[in-house]
Design a protein around this ligand. Structure first.
Ligand code: DGL
Length: 254
């Protein structure tokens, strides 16, 4: 499983709850964080290297726990993964939305890379053309989460600043299309009110894997690596997961 930083841990958390016996090797590419402001070529290059590394480390499944990489590097990761299955966090959300009979108007917040890729409107148009989608890049939110800033007022100001730019009066759902954002789920929900469903892509993915009968016969081990050590990662990870992690560094530059 990989992301640019701590964001993918929201996917990991949902996945471990659904599959407590899965052994997970997580890579946070902190050296290149944020992916959301990188070019498609760089996102593909970073993602390929991590996928190769995970495959060579014995992974039996690769989960792209990052929307920016899911948007731009899904095919690149599949190529690199070869015969290993690859899951991402964009396609499950699109399928989930398409199955909701009461959803026809959706808002989406994500990184610049994800929004500029146009992947959500494109995939939705293909399988659920009746759903209208409004997207907005919200680039300040991932660094806020990565830094582990816990000032509720500051989080509220930033989230409200972005939500005010979106016409959401008719929306039934808001997609948190960046795996960092579920950390701010309660702030979004509080500002939007209960009538709008706030979607966590990691949870949607874990639910779908469970519904498909997936299973993992491991012992629930977690091996966590980052490409550059940051004390903020360790702290935020512990707060997010609710238990301490032992963090290693890995150099994937060559
Ligand atoms: N977690 C990443 C995503 O889902 C974004 C954070 C970043 O910009 O690196 O897109």
């Amino acid at each position: 499983m990989f992301d640019s930083g701590v964001g993918g841990l929201t996917v990991l958390k949902a996945f471990r709850q659904a599959f407590p016996t899965a052994d997970i090797h997580y890579v946070g590419d902190t050296l290149h964080m944020p992916y959301g402001d990188k070019s498609p070529e760089n996102i593909q290059d970073f993602s390929r290297k991590i996928a190769r590394y995970l495959r060579n480390s014995g992974a039996e499944l690769i989960v792209i726990a990052c929307n920016s990489a899911s948007s731009w590097a899904f095919e690149a990761v599949c190529q690199e993964a070869d015969d290993i299955p690859v899951l991402d966090v964009v396609r499950p959300v699109v399928h989930y939305l398409a199955q909701q009979s009461d959803v026809n108007w959706v808002g989406l917040v994500g990184t610049r890379a994800t929004v500029q890729s146009g992947i959500y409107p494109r995939l939705l148009k293909a399988i659920a053309p009746h759903i209208h989608i409004e997207t907005l890049a919200t680039p300040l939110l991932a660094p806020l989460v990565e830094e582990g800033i816990q000032l509720h007022d500051l989080n509220r100001i930033l989230v409200r600043h972005y939500l005010q730019q979106m016409p959401l009066d008719q929306a039934q759902a808001l997609v948190l299309a960046c795996t960092h954002y579920p950390v701010l789920h309660d702030v979004f929900q509080e500002l939007l009110g209960p009538q709008i469903q706030v979607l966590n892509p990691g949870q949607v993915l874990a639910n779908q894997c469970k519904a498909q009968g997936m299973d993992f016969a491991g012992t629930g081990n977690l091996f966590c690596e980052v490409t550059e050590y940051t004390p903020a990662f360790e702290k935020t990870a512990e707060r997010l997961l609710g238990y301490p992690i032992s963090l290693q560094t890995v150099d994937l530059r060559s």
